[in-house]
Structure formats: structure tokens, C-alpha cells
Design a protein around this ligand. Structure first.
Ligand SMILES: Cc1ncc(COP(=O)(O)O)c(C=O)c1O
Length: 382
């Protein structure tokens, strides 16, 4: 039987699964001579960043805070690559000091960073939609992500050392990558020799891809033809299957003919369930099971519902539910809406579970207290 944490709800980080991700990335790196960055937006827990640090060439970040966190973990020879549509003017100076590479999202960003020691790149929008859900499509109409490939010219590439392209999510083969790179090479290949690097972005679930040959050949060819450093910056591929969430059933009742089981977690801890209306996988779902239950969260939101599942036995108070594949974009988006605490965090290593983080009531209170205390405000007459 799977090990259960002493407390609930609890995220569990499976160190072995993380090592397996590292092994796949290590294989790609060794076979193709690509450079690997972990995209920390997926899950920036420092315990994970520290586990990954010895095996990556750097981290990719999307804000000044992420850059600072990356800087606190990486060693000086490792790189920090920033790509975001949102750089504030007052952040430019600090970003220049901390980051090694930036992929400018627009021409105004290019102008802001032109006079710096950073290796300057442009995020290119290939204007070719390869995913059929506009919510995740960087190439959607009126996109905010990257510079239109059709507008790039020699002038724009003055002082530019690299190009960046991230245009897909959760791909389980390399077809989109080959299509994208074929387009990029046919439209901008004439400039590749003057560049130092290409960043192929994230969005590929490397661990779930069986045949890596197309990737290896692509990177080898770019390196050979143009002497380019080729970066990848996966997030989800690295952490998703390394994290699960164990919750406990705290109430059960019939509602209009269906058994509803209330959990001590909620969509607060996995907001994408609600944002994208997806049903997360649970370990206990049994397709042969004849007992149905609708699993719901404990918040006041009527739509705080995980979905209907099948069980071997009738669900009851005290049962444990294990949500799986929750590493990416879950804990990082979690919140304490309704005053429900964030889950504890455990690490699973060599068959042992160890609690590495617990959030306290005091942290919740601190979040809502103003920094300036009452007496200061009274002194200033407000
Ligand atoms: C620019 C960029 N790079 C990398 C990633 C990581 O993508 P994934 O977690 O799908 O690998 C993202 C995700 O949104 C991104 O926007």
C-alpha cells in the first residue's frame, strides 16, 4: 500500500520521479548537445530547484522575483534566461544585473535592454497555431507573446544574439517542434549564422515521448550548420508526475441522488481544475468499481468540484484520495481562499516520507495584516 502522510491535505514530492526526469533530460543533453534550463514557473519550490541545480545549465524565469529566486540557487557559471511580456521600467536595472539572457517580447523591451551586458534575444511569434485551444495558444489572433515573425528584419536583429520560440503545451511528440523549426529556418535561417543561441521553449512532455530521434537530429543539425547553442526550457515535463496531493474525505451525503464527498482540499490548491474545467486523475479511481461519488472541495464556491469518480467500495469519511500528476502549475497557483490553509509538503525519498513544509495560521494572518501598524497610521492622522 502507498505510504500516507501523517497530515492532510499534503503534497508529496517523489524524489525518484524527479531523478527520472533528470535522467531523460540528461540523455537528451548528452545525445544532442542541447542546453537544458528548468522553467521554474511550473514549480519554484527551492527543494526542487536545489535537486535540479547540479543537472541543468540554468533556469528560465518569467519575472524579477523568479530571477532573484533562481539567482539564489544557481552557481555563477549557470545561466538565467528571462522571457515575459511584463517587464516594468523600474525592474530593468535589477534584471540586467541578475539575468544572463533575455528574450525580448517586443521592440520596446529590445530598446530597454539594448545597452546591457545581457545576451539579448527576441521572442519570435511564428504566427502559426499548432494547438487548438486559444487559451494556451501563443499564436492566437492579437497575441501578446513575441514579435511577429513576418516583421523581423536585419535592422531588428542588430545587437541580437538569440531567438526564442515557445508556441505549444503538453506535446507528446516532436511534430510541432519540427514544423516550427522548419518555418523558423525557412524565414529567418539567413540570420542564424550571426546568432549565438536558439531557445526552443517549453511545452514538450519529454518523459512521455518514446522516440527522441527527431529532437536529437534537429539539435545536432542546428549546431552543425550554424554553430548555435540550442536551449530547451521545460517546466511541466520535469515536475508534473513527481507530485501528488493526498486529501481526506471529511463529509459525505446524498445530493439529488448522487453521493457527494467533501474533501479537506479544494480547487484553491489546484486552481487549473476550475480555470480550465478539467477533471484531475486520482489513484483510487477504479473503472470496474460500482460505487460512484462526486468529489468536491471544501470552499464556498458551488463549482469547487473535482468530478465524479468510481470506487470499489462506498466512499466514507476518513477515506484518502490521492490526486496524481500535480507538480506543474498547481502548488504555485495555490491560495488560501476561504481561510483554508495550504497543504503541507512532504518529500518521499528511499521509501520514507518526510514533512518539509507546513504553513501556519500566523502566515495566513500576516498575509492580511497591513505592514504599517495601527499606531503609525494614527500618528500620521489617517
Ligand atoms: C516562455 C515559456 N517557456 C517555457 C514554459 C514551460 O512550459 P511547460 O511547462 O509546458 O514545459 C512556458 C510555459 O508557459 C513558457 O511560457
Amino acid at each position: 500500500m502507498a505510504l500516507m502522510p501523517d497530515t492532510s491535505p499534503a503534497f508529496i514530492i517523489d524524489e525518484q520521479a524527479l531523478q527520472d526526469s533528470i535522467a531523460v533530460l540528461g540523455y537528451l543533453r548528452q545525445q544532442s548537445d542541447c542546453r537544458v534550463l528548468y522553467s521554474i514557473k511550473a514549480l519554484p519550490l527551492t527543494t526542487i530547484l536545489k535537486s535540479l541545480q547540479p543537472f541543468v545549465d540554468g533556469f528560465s524565469v518569467s519575472s524579477l522575483f523568479e530571477a532573484k529566486l533562481a539567482h539564489s540557487i544557481l552557481s555563477p557559471e549557470q545561466s538565467i534566461h528571462l522571457a515575459t511580456p511584463g517587464v516594468r521600467e523600474d525592474e530593468v536595472g535589477e534584471i540586467k544585473k541578475i539575468c544572463s539572457h533575455i528574450s525580448c517580447n517586443s521592440l520596446s523591451q529590445r530598446k530597454a535592454f539594448l545597452t546591457s551586458d545581457l545576451s539579448l534575444g527576441l521572442r519570435i511569434n511564428p504566427k502559426q497555431s499548432l494547438v487548438n485551444d486559444a487559451r494556451f495558444d501563443p499564436c492566437r489572433l492579437h497575441s501578446k507573446l513575441g514579435i511577429d515573425i513576418n516583421k523581423v528584419d536585419a535592422d531588428m536583429l542588430q545587437g541580437i544574439e538569440g531567438l526564442h520560440c515557445h508556441n505549444v503545451f503538453s506535446q507528446q511528440d516532436y511534430r510541432a517542434l519540427i514544423t516550427t523549426m522548419t518555418q523558423l529556418e525557412s524565414q529567418l535561417g539567413g540570420y542564424f549564422k550571426q546568432l549565438k543561441w536558439l531557445n526552443l521553449g517549453g511545452g514538450y512532455l519529454f518523459k512521455q515521448i518514446d522516440n527522441h530521434q527527431p529532437f536529437i537530429e534537429l539539435v545536432q543539425s542546428l549546431r552543425k550548420k550554424y554553430q548555435l547553442e540550442v536551449y530547451i526550457e521545460p517546466g511541466k515535463a520535469v515536475v508534473n508526475d513527481a507530485v501528488s496531493l493526498v486529501a481526506t474525505v471529511i463529509d459525505c451525503f446524498d445530493s439529488d441522488g448522487k453521493m457527494v464527498a467533501v474533501l479537506d482540499t479544494s480547487i484553491n490548491h489546484n486552481p487549473e481544475v476550475f480555470e480550465y474545467q478539467r477533471q484531475p486523475d486520482i489513484l483510487q479511481n477504479d473503472l470496474q468499481g460500482s460505487y460512484l461519488a462526486v468529489l468536491v472541495g471544501s470552499s464556498c464556491l458551488a463549482g469547487d468540484v473535482f468530478g465524479e469518480y468510481q470506487f470499489k467500495q462506498a466512499i466514507q469519511v476518513g477515506d484518502k484520495i490521492t490526486f496524481i500528476n500535480l507538480g506543474a502549475y498547481t502548488l504555485v497557483k495555490a491560495n488560501r481562499f476561504n481561510g483554508y490553509n495550504l497543504p503541507d509538503i512532504y518529500s518521499l525519498k528511499s521509501g520514507e516520507l518526510c514533512c518539509i513544509k507546513q504553513y501556519s495560521y500566523q502566515q495566513y494572518q500576516n498575509q492580511w495584516e497591513s505592514d504599517k501598524n495601527e499606531s503609525n497610521r494614527n500618528d500620521s492622522g489617517r
